[in-house]
Design a protein around this ligand. Structure first.
Ligand code: PHE
Ligand code: ZN
Length: 867
């Protein structure tokens, strides 16, 4: 390590600011890469055509991370020592002309790359991950998304060990060498930023198919996995073909290369990566069969395959100017994949699921120390900004624009965006301007959604005047302070509203109100009797709504609202009111909840998947969000008791429903999926009722199931209790699936999620289990990630949960800082808890920060979390 490196590792991490953006000094229109691949020693030769960008005399700066330049040539000549130097890992070269050819040579050791960024080894494969800043771990290059280059890539490797050699773009040529090695040449005609570079070498089998695009071009599709996994790729392939067709139909976007390849790898920091023409996936989002994948897993495969495919336009053809614009591609692409999944299944259920995720992950982020706008102003480590805010809130912002514009004008805006910026590195502002010009709308105030963090609160009070027949809706908005943003401006909030006549059970139409002021009044005429307010229908805006609706009003809406989301929401609010009352020691009659559940499960016109969503109690974490100070034990007790009450009061219905929904023969049809969802809900309430035969019924389902959806649900239900069947099921599951990594993850996860008094001790033990490893991110997330989302267990008053997670973060940071940093946020929520818990949480954050050699990733998350 040189002096420069030693200095950089001890200095405080630099803060990168959006306002500091400057166009690149040098462009790289073309690059040729030559890889001599070997897990212990890979040689990378890069030849860059560089051109000076603008009139300046600044040197060429090529980012590098852990690279040693073994050779540096300019225009074919080795450089003299004083023509280049290293600065914090980067290679700085003084150049005199306007265009040069730069050649560098470096050596890599992929098998010892435990960060899973750059070139690394996973289960016998060699593969790459470059987003956001991994390319600088492969070769010296201006590693920023606004430098776009044409790539030509030559791969050479041992033919027996790595028979398949893949890279971006189209295959050009290949050949065999005398020494048992072979080579392949790939060319990507589309200029791209280096974060979209990828290669894979390995012994892979292919599920091959084809797609004929709307202009009649044939594309070869390949999903590459280990031979044994081939039978588990059918769902991903179908999802891929559906995605390509959907993007043509809904956005008019066609695929552009001759091949589209996907590779599944076992060790991956995130879900998947949209590298041009060569997507690389966490295997959990490719592999699925009934024996090992739940319906949620199947939907995850479909959604992520679509997400990565859609990036080909929203991300690759139009990319991001800088990483502050990340939501430009991620928010838009999540919006696209959400709508795709809705079209493939149920719009109502998909919306409910998406809002549940938003509330669980993003609302928590928005109300904590790591809150940031969807377009942040600064960061230390960009990997920490792949957040629910950038992704999920980002998608909600696009959804609001689509709602305000309507389908046709939104499409005109997106057409303009794609056409105007094709081949460019764009900004969020470019997108908004395209929507304004293409769609014909003024988004001046709406832009605040990009600037202000925090979830807006909307108070909506309805007043009825019987004498005049008028109804006044008084709306008020406020946005809580977030780090660096103490005062907020009013947002433009689109609220879909309807007023129900309780006598007829109908309303006079759904209206879109724009709340733009801090306080606003809307008047409706012609109401002899007070109507019932249905608001934020379809979850039209990502806000928290408070109303003055009674339990009777909510019960009415839970039975009659024709907007499925609002109907679900009314039911949830009905439950929240009862639970929050019980927690606060001010009991609210729970009979209304039981009646609403009974109504819902008895309504033959409802989609079973919707019913299963609607009757589900709000999570313990969501209940915590409704309290000034979270009391995990009181929340747990109240929720358990309501669950038991619903279970016991409706026991015969649950029994009937559970046997009625028993399938014969596995199918992925929406009807079959809905039946399984309802069956699992019924089982859950049946066991919660305390019925003596509950565990036996759950065990029978566990034993007899012909699919993982029912088997895992039965296991999870048993895991919450203390029956003998619990231990038996856990052992049987392990013996049956211990050999399969993805299914073993479920074994860890189910125990870490268990609402069981000993979960914290069990997690400690599982951390020492022979099948646990820190080297696989999925395994780490399935144990510690799941555990830290289990509010009751994680916040055990002993503080042991905090200590376990902190121990994991400290140990993992040395290998894989990105994945370690993602475990920090739950510890940062200390302000929401009582003083004892807060002190214990803070102590763990301080202990983490005191570790010598802590990564930038964990340093940023832990230090911000302490503030
Ligand atoms: N860009 C990827 C996606 O959202 C996510 C990702 C980020 C993957 C960073 C790996 C590393 O599709
Ligand atoms: Zn993405």
């Amino acid at each position: 390590m040189g002096m420069a490196d030693m200095q950089s590792s001890t200095a405080a991490p630099t803060i990168i600011r959006r306002s500091d953006y400057r166009p690149p000094d040098w462009l790289v229109p073309a690059i040729a890469l030559d890889f001599d691949l070997d897990p212990a020693l890979t040689i990378v030769r890069a030849t860059l055509s560089v051109t000076r960008n603008g009139d300046h005399d600044r040197p060429l700066r090529l980012d590098g991370d852990g690279l040693v330049p073994l050779e540096v040539k300019v225009d074919g000549t080795a450089l003299a020592a004083d023509d280049w130097h290293m600065e914090a890992g980067s290679l700085i070269i003084a150049l005199s002309g306007a265009a040069h050819s730069i050649e560098t040579l470096v050596e890599l050791a992929p098998e010892s790359n435990s960060k899973l960024m750059g070139l690394y080894a996973s289960g016998g494969l060699l593969c790459t991950q470059c987003e956001a800043e991994g390319f600088r771990r492969i070769t010296f290059f201006p590693d920023r998304p606004d430098v776009l280059s044409r790539y030509s890539v030559r791969l050479t490797a041992d033919k027996a060990r790595y028979p398949i050699l893949l890279a971006n773009g189209d295959p050009v040529d290949q050949g065999v060498l005398d020494d048992g090695r072979h080579w392949a040449l790939w060319n990507d005609p589309f200029p791209k930023p280096c974060y979209l570079f990828a290669l894979v070498a390995g012994d892979l089998a292919c599920n091959a198919d084809r797609f004929v695009t709307m202009s009649g071009r044939e594309v070869q599709l390949g999903i590459w996995v280990r031979e044994a996994d081939l039978p588990r790729t059918a769902h991903a392939m179908q999802a891929l073909k559906n995605s390509i067709a959907w993007d043509e139909r809904v956005y008019g976007r066609e695929y552009d290369l001759d091949v589209f390849n996907i590779v599944a790898v076992a060790d991956f920091n995130f879900g998947a990566m949209e590298n041009k023409g060569l997507n690389i996936f966490n295997s959990r989002y490719i592999l699925a069969d009934p024996e090992t994948a739940t319906d949620i897993d199947y939907d995850g495969v479909e959604g992520v395959v679509a997400h990565e495919y859609f990036h080909n336009w929203s991300g690759n053809r139009v990319t991001c100017r800088d990483w502050f614009q990340l939501s430009l591609k991620e928010g838009f692409t999540v919006f696209r994949d959400q709508n795709f999944s809705a079209d493939m299944g149920s719009h109502a259920v998909k919306r409910i699921e998406d809002v549940r995720i938003l509330r669980a992950a993003q609302f928590q982020e928005d109300s904590g120390p790591l809150a940031h706008p969807i377009r942040p102003e600064s960061y230390m480590e960009i990997s920490n900004f792949y957040t629910a805010t950038i992704y999920n809130k980002g998608a909600e912002i696009i959804r609001m624009m689509a709602l305000m514009l309507g389908a046709e004008r939104f499409r005109a805006g997106s057409d303009l965006y794609f056409d105007r910026h094709d081949g460019q590195a764009a900004t969020c502002e470019d997108f908004v301007v395209a929507m304004e010009e293409g769609g014909g709308i003024d988004l001046t105030q709406f832009r605040r959604w990009y600037e202000q963090a925090g979830t807006p609160h909307v108070r909506a009070l309805l007043r009825h005047d019987a004498a005049t027949g008028t109804v006044d809706l008084d709306l008020q908005q406020s946005i809580p302070p977030t780090p660096g943003q103490p005062d907020k401006q009013p947002m433009a909030i689109p609220l879909r509203v309807a007023l129900f006549d309780p006598a007829t059970g109908t309303h006079h139409g759904d209206e879109l109100l724009m709340l733009t002021e801090a306080q606003q009044n809307v008047r409706f005429e012609g109401f002899a009797a007070p109507p019932i307010l249905s608001i934020n229908r379809g979850f039209s805006a990502p806000v928290i709504v408070e109303t003055n609706r009674s339990q009777d009003d909510l019960a009415f809406l839970s039975a009659r609202d024709d907007d499925p989301f609002a109907r679900y929401e009314a039911m949830q609010q009905l439950m929240v009111n009862v639970l929050v009352g019980a927690i606060a020691g001010q009991p609210v009659d729970d009979a209304a909840v039981v009646a609403a559940v009974r109504n819902t499960i008895s309504d033959p016109l409802l989609d079973p998947a919707f019913v299963a969503e609607a009757i589900r109690l709000p999570s313990e974490a969501y209940l915590g969000d409704q309290m000034a100070v979270v009391d995990p034990d009181a929340i747990h007790a109240a929720r358990e008791s309501l669950q038991r009450r619903i279970g016991a009061d409706l026991a015969p219905l649950w029994r009937d429903m559970h046997s009625r929904t028993k399938a014969n023969g596995f199918s992925l049809s929406p009807a079959a999926k809905g039946a399984r969802k309802l069956r699992n809900a019924a089982l859950h309430y049946l066991v919660a009722s305390g019925a003596e035969d509950g565990p036996a019924i759950a065990f029978a389902q566990f034993h007899e199931a012909d699919n993982m959806t029912e088997r895992q649900a039965a296991l999870a239900t048993l895991a919450n209790g203390t029956s003998m069947e619990r231990d038996a099921a856990i052992d049987i599951f392990y013996n049956r699936y211990g050999h399969d990594a993805l299914t073993l993850d479920k074994w860890f996860q189910t125990q870490a999620f268990a609402l069981h008094p000993d979960t914290v001790d069990q997690v400690e033990e599982l951390g020492r289990h022979k099948a646990f490893t820190l080297s696989n991110p999925n395994r780490v997330r399935s144990l510690y990630g799941a555990f830290s989302g289990n509010q009751w267990a994680f916040h055990h008053r002993s503080g042991k949960g905090y200590q376990l997670v902190a121990d994991c973060i400290i140990a993992l940071d040395k290998r894989n800082p990105q994945t370690a940093a993602r475990l920090v946020p739950p510890l940062g929520r200390w302000k929401r808890f009582d003083a004892d818990r807060a002190a214990l949480m803070r102590a763990q954050l301080s202990r983490i920060l005191a570790q010598p050699g802590l990564s930038k990733d964990v340093t940023e998350q832990a230090s911000k979390s302490l503030e």
